[in-house]
Design a protein around this ligand. Sequence first.
Ligand SMILES: O=C(O)CCC(=O)C(=O)O
Length: 291
Amino acid sequence: MHIGDDVLHQVRTDGYAVVEGFLTPDELAAAREGLFEQFPTHDQYFADPDQHRSVVAHQFAGLRVGPFESWGLNRIAIHPDLVDAAERFCGTTSLDLYKIELWAKYSGAVDYDQPHHRDFNNHNLVVPRRDLRWPQLTTFILLSDVTDDDGPTKVIPRRIGDPIPLWPNRLEPGELVEHEIAVTGPAGSIFLYTTDVLHRGSAFTGHPRSRFALLADFQARGNPWQGKVSWPGSAPRPAFHHLLNHATPRERDLFGFPLPGHEYWNEQTLADVAARWPGIDMTPYATATRT
Ligand SMILES: O=C(O)CCC(=O)C(=O)O
């Protein structure tokens, strides 16, 4: 679903927005199929929680960094409507997809409650600009229905959070909870926010419950004080090869892969990159290099 300018305006003014129905039912179903290649389903987990202790060993045990071997999952991180929104939000088409994570949570074993915090602590070497220059657009795509009982993210609107100093980036437990808004919505919704906005993970208040989300974060390219994961560091993983073989040149570019026409490409690199990534369609790169 197209993300309108009104939504991006709300992200700028309130600090966040939630769009229901972002994924089509088919996109959601394909993503969930990939999700459950990585994690037990709700029913599998609760049939025998002891079998799956590793995914609830601590608050972040159900977190996996992408890309994944499932195209259904990868493609929602580079969803054309999400990339389009990120381009408009960041004011440029020169964009990095700087993090993909998949997060599964299950009730009963671990307390997911967090104090309010701003995410820039591990997305930025300095601090975000108050005037929103050099923004980072962070997102949770909900892969399961999230109600008040399902450990929703809780967010503090800017009018309450902005007067508080950026540092320390973490408040005391319980602080500002009277102002927080629960990010609830049906599976397929998207929650958009920025790295200077106060928010927190919350505990499940129902049982048995589970919550699944894919997180995809974007920023303008070329600002080395910002970022989180290194894609070249992930390149040896089979999932990365899978991603490259399925993605378009523009989608590969979001990970830093040089675009067709970039001066990186010559006879040598065309041949050696084709050898490194069997199955990748090098035609657009070869065509742009030879014309
Ligand atoms: O999982 C959530 O709802 C939010 C988690 C969070 O804010 C964090 O771990 O930084």
